[in-house]
Design a protein around this ligand. Structure first.
Ligand code: MSK
Length: 669
């Protein structure tokens, strides 16, 4: 079949001048602190991602998903724009636009799932070393969660000692990666009806690595050339991420470092301190950053900092590493993805320490304009020109001390006075699934029942998972904030992770005081009674698995259907950019969650594939993808979906939907 026009074709992504989420020329960011530093960078002639985005436009064929470079006869670029009914040009091998778009989509999912899986494998290996005693700097912090994992893995936890349970959990976790047959163990946490759908649709993942490798094989030249078959295997690999790699990473990290509970933190570039040695940990892996937290509080190192003229050591986070140490230790956050270069341009960062994922290569160029030490730590993620201090899991504290010492040394070489914007915001974070059940039901009756009751009663209209990145092709943070404020106004409780959570934090939405002022009456009453913000920060990118667990807990609690697909819930990533985000979106959909992406959609060049994702999947998997440029349109799509599910459950009441007019939008700005 050739590509043709269809009703679900998303609008073409913006490829021209910088456009805002509403499609009109607007600012680069809604974050005042970021704007101030972008201005400083421009005045100093330092190139940032914002400038490069203005200079370099996306390839119109690549952005539509129609550039195939899977063999040396290409790259074959298939034109995305065709008059109705005209045949598309195929690649040299005959691959159609549909095959090419589906293959490219599938490869992005494979890469995203691989990133989470490799993160999780590393955690599982360290976990096993720690519980066997060959690494002594880590230990078991959450025994309750360990026991739950033991039960999930079928261990006789009543007869086994904690150490034996921990070793068996570590070994079984590692086996999940190389398993060749059967079903991933944590898939059992999903509602039974969902598991049946996975089996019936050929979606149930066997082993984490197996599904990703098979997807890579199928996208090789001349293998799977049926878009539907490719999208299905992409679903299987994505589920191996959500209910496999990501969930294992979340759970094992919680056992090792503690399951998050509500904690107060601060966010934005203003958390940097002029008179202190400033260290930023950036990336995704908490194994090293946990140790840097301890090293930054070491009295000997603090004394060393003072001998260099500093008042002490100030640690802050960036991207998802930030969330890991924020949720467990209250360490402040310097910013989200598009603020990584800006943090260095303040001139206040003495060392930026990176592990894996979402680190721009440009950091080294920016750091070279200052005294900042850019330090890579993973053998998997080096940057030319950066100093590499290899993180040895067997001696993590030694590495952490060496890194902190390098920052102290850099402090005395600062060039001039730093420019630190004053902006910081307080926030309440740390809403793991267990914590949500606890704050809803209390210590002795921890439960999702009060949440379900409030949804059934209509005070809470539904739940939205709003997650994902920033994208320099759209106004920084605007998509997240405009979407989430409209959802809150319409009584939709928001669960958030990653860079979306940080956008919310900067805008005050993670604070019960300021967050409740933008909510509808019903949601505000519930949040006020419980004492929670209306947007719950659940963690980093791998912690999107917590949203899957929360949805499963809601189904199991009863009263809202038998499957995740029956819940009045929706997902969104309004500013996504990474392949991991696409893998997350695909496992949300395969788990039964209607999911809307913004900015651009990677199959937009093939109407057939896009219609399959945006339409047919609902009949097969019970949920579908969708796309909206405008966050207000995105909010209305999500609310309409939530209302549809409420009606199907018989809990719909006639209620007003708040539509944002221009005055309301301006007030939000
Ligand atoms: S860090 S994957 S930019 S959310 Fe997890 Fe942010 Fe997206 Fe990276």
């Amino acid at each position: 079949m050739e590509a043709k026009k269809g009703k679900n074709q998303p609008k073409r992504p913006a490829t021209g001048a910088k456009k805002g989420t509403t499609g009109v020329m607007t600012s680069l960011t809604v974050c005042g602190a970021s704007k101030a530093i972008i201005d400083k960078a421009r005045a100093s002639g330092i190139s940032t991602v914002f400038d490069r985005a203005a200079r370099m436009k996306p390839c119109p064929i690549g952005v539509a998903g129609l550039c195939c470079k899977h063999c040396a006869m290409g790259p074959c670029r298939v034109a995305p724009e065709l008059p109705d009914g005209a045949p598309t040009q195929a690649g040299l091998c005959g691959a159609t636009a549909d095959t090419i778009a589906a293959r490219n989509f599938a490869r992005m999912v494979a890469a995203g799932a691989a990133a989470h899986a490799d993160h999780a494998r590393n955690v599982a290996e360290v976990f096993l070393h720690a519980v066997r005693g060959s690494i002594t700097d880590y230990g078991v912090k959450d025994v309750q969660k360990l026991l739950q994992l033991g039960i999930d893995f079928g261990l006789d936890v009543e007869r086994m000692g904690i150490r034996d349970i921990a070793i068996a959990v570590g070994e079984r976790s590692l086996e999940e990666f190389g398993k060749q047959a059967g079903e991933l163990v944590l898939c059992k946490r999903a509602p039974l009806k969902r598991q049946e759908i996975w089996r019936a649709q050929g979606l149930m993942p066997r082993g984490i690595d197996r599904e990703i490798v098979e997807l890579m094989h199928r996208t090789h030249m001349g293998v799977d050339q049926d878009y539907e078959n490719l999208i299905r295997q992409a679903g299987r690999a994505a589920l191996a991420d959500g209910w496999g790699g990501s969930m294992l990473a979340t759970e094992l990290q919680d056992v090792l470092f503690g399951t998050p509970v509500p904690i107060v933190g601060r966010i934005n570039l203003g958390v940097l301190k002029k008179e202190y040695v400033n260290i930023i940990v950036h990336g995704h892996d908490p194994l090293l950053s946990e140790m840097i937290v301890a090293a930054s509080q070491d009295q000997e190192l603090i004394a060393a900092a003072k001998t260099r003229g500093a008042q002490g050591i100030n640690l802050a986070g960036m991207c998802c590493t930030a969330s890991e140490i924020l949720l467990r230790h209250g360490i402040p956050v310097a910013g989200n993805f598009l603020q990584q270069e800006l943090a260095i341009i303040t001139g206040a960062v003495d060392a930026m320490v990176i592990d894996v994922q979402c680190e721009m290569q440009s950091l080294q160029q920016v750091a070279s304009c200052f005294h900042t030490r850019l330090i890579t730590t993973s053998p998997k993620a080096k940057i030319r020109g950066a100093r590499h201090i290899a993180f040895n899991e067997h001696n993590p504290m030694d590495d952490a001390r060496e890194i902190v010492s390098a920052a102290i040394e850099a402090f005395s070489q600062r060039l001039g006075t730093p420019t630190i914007p004053e902006a910081t915001q307080p926030m309440v974070v740390g809403f793991s699934c267990e914590t949500i059940a606890y704050v809803l039901g209390g210590a002795f009756r921890a439960s999702f029942k009060p949440l379900n009751d409030n949804i059934i009663g209509g005070r809470i209209r539904g739940i939205a998972g709003v997650v994902g990145c920033n994208n320099a092709r759209t106004t920084h943070d605007a998509g997240h904030l405009e979407l989430i404020k409209e959802l809150l106004k319409n009584d939709v409780l928001v669960l958030t992770t990653g860079c979306s959570a940080m956008a919310c934090g900067k805008a005050g939405l993670l604070s019960p005081d300021t967050g409740l002022t933008v909510c509808g009456q019903g949601l505000a009453e519930v949040c006020e009674a419980i004492g929670i913000p209306p947007v719950l920060h659940m963690g980093s990118c791998v912690d999107n698995s917590r949203i899957l667990m929360a949805a499963s807990a809601m189904v199991k609690e009863g009263g809202l259907g038998d499957d995740i697909a029956e819940l009045p819930v929706a997902g969104a990533a309004p500013e996504w950019m990474s392949e991991k985000a696409l893998a997350i979106g695909h496992y949300f959909v395969a788990s039964g969650v209607y999911t809307v992406f913004g900015v651009t959609f990677p199959t937009s060049g093939s109407t057939i594939v896009t219609d399959h994702l945006f339409g047919e999947l609902e009949h097969q998997w019970g949920a579908r993808w969708d796309f909206a440029h405008d966050p207000h349109e995105m909010a209305q799509k999500m609310i309409a979906h939530i209302d549809k599910k409420r009606k199907a459950l018989g809990i719909d009441k006639a209620r007003e939907r708040v539509l944002f007019d221009m005055t309301m939008r301006r007030e939000m700005d």
